[in-house]
Design a protein around this ligand. Structure first.
Ligand SMILES: NC(=O)c1ccc[n+]([C@@H]2O[C@H](COP(=O)([O-])OP(=O)(O)OC[C@H]3O[C@@H](n4cnc5c(N)ncnc54)[C@H](O)[C@@H]3O)[C@@H](O)[C@H]2O)c1
Length: 268
């Protein structure tokens, strides 16, 4: 059975910052495998097109568009084009997120504001644009990719990331309640330690070689290994599908149980 048959899914951050499977491209492909038509949006058009190429090669349907999620006009253009081509938006998936280093005393004001813009204001802008569409439909599902860092110190001194993801999670809860009576559900996913190109690119500066980083992150996990983009993708499929029709306002950790433990400490 195709769990997302006939649904139109709009995925912001549908590419990957490096070769391989990240949370965004795996989720876009998983949505398509379950029957959704997927609008793949990325600031890097080549990255969006690479994901779309996989979807089309597997016999799926979709469209690739370029947009920067910090720019309201570009989000509006994406939503307009999606409605023009497909006439509805069933799933809004916000995957974009960045880390910039810095603790509370040494992060720069510019870096703090940039992370807030990309990780939090972006979701406000996409939700603000898509919610009226979902309201008219009387139905919709929003999935915001937060992080275990929203609720835990995960070992890295990046205060803007913690603050932005905590705010994104509660922003999502607020939407869940404000729009619950209108057939719209909103949920957050909290990935823990995931082995993705994003980590290789954005976190590796805190460690030695990629192999050392992998070994340290694997060791911290209760399951003694990290997750991957597909763990986030299949959780997203469930939350986006009608199987989750009574699930609203939750934070789902995808972390091998790490949220239950007394946090380890990285980097060491
Ligand atoms: N990998 C992990 O360990 C981990 C853990 C917790 C949370 N997360 C969260 O997962 C999400 C990213 O996962 P991923 O593996 O797909 O990462 P990724 O860094 O590969 O991002 C996916 C895409 O987002 C695009 N992007 C970046 N800035 C953008 C912008 N301003 N506008 C539009 N697109 C933009 C990139 O070009 C990239 O193709 C983030 O929200 C991150 O905070 C990741």
């Amino acid at each position: 059975m195709l769990r997302m048959k006939d649904k139109i899914a709009l995925v912001f951050g549908a590419g990957s910052v490096g070769p391989g499977w990240g949370n965004g491209n795996a989720t876009a492909v998983a949505y398509a495998r379950e029957g959704a038509t997927v609008v793949c949006v990325d600031v890097n058009l080549d990255a969006a097109q690479a994901t779309l190429a996989i979807i089309l090669a597997e016999g799926g349907k979709g469209l690739a568009l370029a947009a920067d999620v910090t720019k309201a006009a570009e989000i509006t253009a994406v939503v307009d084009r999606t409605l023009e081509d497909f006439h509805r938006i069933d799933v809004l998936h916000n995957n974009v997120g960045i880390n910039l280093p810095g603790g509370a005393a040494d992060a720069t004001e510019d870096s703090f504001k940039r992370v807030m813009d990309v990780n939090l204001t972006s979701a406000f802008l996409t939700c603000k644009t898509v919610l009226p569409v979902m309201e008219k439909q009387g139905k919709g599902a929003i999935i915001n990719i937060s992080s275990l860092a929203a609720i835990r110190w995960t070992g890295y001194p990046y205060v803007s990331y913690y603050a932005s993801k905590a705010a994104l999670t509660h922003f999502t809860r607020a939407i869940a309640i404000e729009f619950a009576g209108k057939g719209i559900r909103a949920n957050s996913i909290l990935p823990g330690l995931m082995d993705t190109p994003h980590v290789q690119k954005q976190i590796s500066g805190y460690h030695g070689s990629p192999a050392e980083m992998k070994a340290k992150r694997d060791a911290l996990s209760p399951m003694k290994r990290q997750g991957d983009g597909w763990d986030v993708a299949w959780a997203s499929v469930f939350l986006a599908s009608d199987e989750a029709k009574f699930i609203n306002g939750v934070e789902l950790p995808i972390d091998g149980g790490m949220h239950v433990t007394v946090a380890g400490s990285l980097p060491s």
